[in-house]
Design a protein around this ligand. Structure first.
Ligand SMILES: NC(=O)c1ccc[n+]([C@@H]2O[C@H](COP(=O)([O-])OP(=O)(O)OC[C@H]3O[C@@H](n4cnc5c(N)ncnc54)[C@H](OP(=O)(O)O)[C@@H]3O)[C@@H](O)[C@H]2O)c1
Length: 341
């Protein structure tokens, strides 16, 4: 099968850092489905994992944590899917990824693709949807019931990227929260307003001061989707007494935990692979979340966040797309499909 892989972790501008290759067709273990990948998408995680280091992989390693495709065959213990089903999923950190014609995934991590989306539109969603859904509803414990959220608001920092584009929709359209989104450019501001934000402020300026100017003293929830080291102090100022701050970005410095004392506020982390890495017996929760997201999409509450569709898919087009994403100016998601013959 055709795939795009790395073997050495080379500077990303070098053509050899990601190369086109042919790999043997994988065969499913008991819980696996074998999927023909119809479309994939890129994430900052791809750039993070391929950062230069001395390690050399024994076999070519395939990255990619977003896929939409069709089930070709299934392992003996698979109960939820059959050949011909259309599925979407993010997959696992430690297995071969979605930048390939075919991929194995544990059935518990996948769900049926939203029926109202084509494969490219669906491939934009899985990793970012899981991150945003889990951050809001599992970790920050935002009620899913809009009636319970009447009069409540959330501040989402870094709202126009892949994760933010899902978080804004889930917060506004599923939970019924008033969403204050941060965006620093006219195009990213327009995008978050179109997804359901009520107000936009600029993360490159003083966030609490802009909130005060707009008439908001506090936000019940604050979700950080960019540098935690930078935005934690603003989040502490912005969060309401007894409110909750969530972040999906690791801190590189010690967090000032004591700063939350005065407001009796809570800080929670979201790392999307925690469940299947540490508690594989709970992996089914991942597939269930994706099924819930698909239901929200098919109900018309949530839309695909695809803003760019690159074709064909090869090492050159993938490297270029990853390079553009590294500039930190992506709006929504970049999807790739169609291996060149
Ligand atoms: N914990 C997890 O499991 C998990 C999962 C997925 C992603 N993540 C992490 O979450 C972060 C966001 O991921 P993503 O996929 O949404 O990334 P992305 O799509 O690359 O985000 C791009 C957006 O970031 C905004 N941005 C750029 N610089 C910023 C800054 N200094 N402050 C605030 N916003 C800024 C930009 O908005 P403007 O153009 O308006 O400035 C742009 O729209 C990344 O760090 C990623 O590694 C974590």
């Amino acid at each position: 099968m055709k795939a795009i892989a790395l073997q050495r972790y080379l500077p990303p501008e070098l053509p050899e850092s990601l190369f086109d290759t042919d790999l043997p067709m994988p065969s499913p273990g008991p819980h696996d489905i074998l999927v023909r990948v119809e479309a994939t998408a890129i994430n900052p995680l791809d750039n993070r994992v391929r950062r230069p280091k001395d390690k050399v992989e024994e076999q070519p390693r395939v990255l990619g944590w977003d896929a939409s495709g069709v089930v070709l065959s299934a392992g003996a213990a698979v109960t939820r899917f059959r050949p011909g089903d259309s599925v979407y999923y993010a997959g696992e950190l430690g297995r071969q990824g979605s930048f390939a014609e075919f991929q194995l995934v544990d059935e518990r991590l996948a769900a049926r693709k939203p029926e109202s989306l084509n494969h490219a539109e669906a491939a934009a969603l899985p990793l970012t949807a899981l991150t945003a859904w889990s951050a809001l509803f599992a970790r920050m414990k935002v009620p899913r019931d809009p009636a319970a959220n009447a009069g409540k608001r959330i501040l989402i920092i870094g709202a126009a990227g892949g994760v933010g584009s899902m978080a804004v929709q889930f917060a506004a359209r599923v939970a019924g929260l008033e969403v204050i989104a941060t965006a620093s450019r006219p195009a990213s501001a327009d995008w978050v307003l179109a997804l359901g934000a009520s107000h936009v402020i600029d993360h490159r300026k003083d966030i609490p001061a802009q909130m005060a100017q707009a008439g908001f003293r506090y936000a019940d929830y604050v979700l950080i989707l960019s540098d935690t080291d930078t935005y934690y102090p603003a989040a502490v100022q912005a969060v309401a007494p007894e409110g909750t701050i969530g972040t999906v970005v690791e801190a590189t410095k010690p967090i000032d935990w004591a700063a939350l004392w005065d407001k009796s506020a809570t800080l929670v982390w979201e790392m999307v692979f925690t469940r299947n890495e540490y508690t594989p017996e709970r992996s089914h929760l991942i597939g269930e979340m994706l099924a819930e997201v698909a239901a929200q999409v098919d109900a018309g509450l949530v839309r695909s966040t695809m803003t760019e569709h690159v074709t064909p898919l090869n090492a050159g087009t993938l490297r270029a797309a990853l390079q553009r994403m590294a500039e930190g100016r992506s709006i929504g998601k970049t999807v790739l499909s169609g291996f060149a013959p």
